[in-house]
Write a protein that binds this ligand. Structure first.
Ligand SMILES: Nc1ncnc2c1ncn2[C@@H]1O[C@H](COP(=O)(O)OP(=O)(O)OP(=O)(O)O)[C@@H](O)[C@H]1O
Ligand SMILES: [Mg+2]
Length: 268
């Protein structure tokens, strides 16, 4: 079993001018194996910082992360990251991108080929293995990014606005793919998004963070991700609870943004 425990994390960035930013303060979460959690919150509330700490790219100033009882001390294959865009190897074809992690681990070529074929199928890119990255659309590139992450067999998948750069239709398809991957692989997923609808659709847990200092403001448990596994996402959005939840969370975030603007203006 490999639950992810975020235990009282705080992160303070010391700035060169002597000031400091309290990016996170006393954030605690207990995420069970196989949960999918969406994270929303105004710009600067520490979402990326939190994900980078879980990934092991940053060490928190206070607190600990443990995965399956082991303290996280740096990046490792058990925690895979999918970025918004631009993190693929442009000079490699799709197959080579997806097989990169296993190649680094000296996995036998036949095993890599088999695994890459499977992953191409899972993300719907069966016929694109030999293409170069620049030949693919943005949506296809994100499919490659997902497959490359899965190839490392992570226990936890961390996504920082993975669908943020896509057009609306492609985005909708990719949201369906994320739900499918979640159900089929049983992975734990943490997904940051700026879209309230996306967070409602993909987060069986939905975390709303607040800024200055970055902290957990509210948490929801929602039925929509589970519904979306077997239904059209547009249908899920017509569920009687969906609209009111969306409005509630939108105004929550809107109020926070207003407050930040107010503070900035009065400070000027
Ligand atoms: N390396 C760093 N050095 C100094 N300050 C930082 C650093 N990284 C982040 N910060 C500050 O910490 C706060 C949180 O930043 P973070 O990038 O985590 O926010 P975010 O919620 O991901 O925002 P966005 O929605 O815009 O991506 C911000 O005030 C940011 O300026
Ligand atoms: Mg961010």
């Amino acid at each position: 079993m490999s639950g992810l425990i975020i235990d009282d994390i705080s992160m303070r960035f010391e700035l060169p001018d002597g000031n400091a930013v309290q990016a996170l303060k006393n954030v605690s979460l207990d995420i069970k194996e196989g949960e999918i959690m969406a994270v929303l919150g105004p710009s600067g509330c520490g979402k990326t910082t939190l994900l980078n700490i879980v990934a092991g790219f940053l060490a928190p100033t206070e607190g600990n992360i443990t995965l399956g009882g082991q303290v996280v001390r740096g990046p490792a294959a058990e925690r895979g990251m999918v970025f918004q865009q631009g993190a693929l190897f442009e000079w490699m074809n799709v197959r080579k991108n997806i097989g990169f992690g296993p190649r680094m681990k000296n996995t036998p070529k036949a095993d890599i080929d088999k695994r890459v074929d499977e992953l191409l199928g899972i993300v719907g890119l069966q016929d694109f293995g030999e293409k170069m990255i620049y030949e693919l659309s943005g949506g296809m590139q994100q499919r490659v990014a997902l497959a490359r992450c899965l190839a490392n067999e992570p226990e936890v998948i961390l996504m920082d606005e993975p669908l943020g750069a896509l057009d609306a239709l492609t985005r909708e398809k990719m949201q369906g793919l994320v739900l499918k991957l979640w159900k089929e692989t049983g992975k734990t997923i943490i997904l940051i998004t700026h879209s309230v609808e996306e967070a409602l659709l993909l987060g069986e847990r939905l975390l709303v963070m607040a800024p200055r200092p970055g902290r957990i403001h509210k948490e929801y448990r929602l039925p929509f991700a589970e519904m979306g596994v077997n239904a059209d996402l547009r249908e899920v959005k017509t569920h009687p609870e969906f609209g009111p939840r969306r409005e509630e969370i939108l105004s929550m975030i809107w109020d926070m943004e207003e407050e930040i603007m107010g503070r900035t203006e009065s400070a000027a």
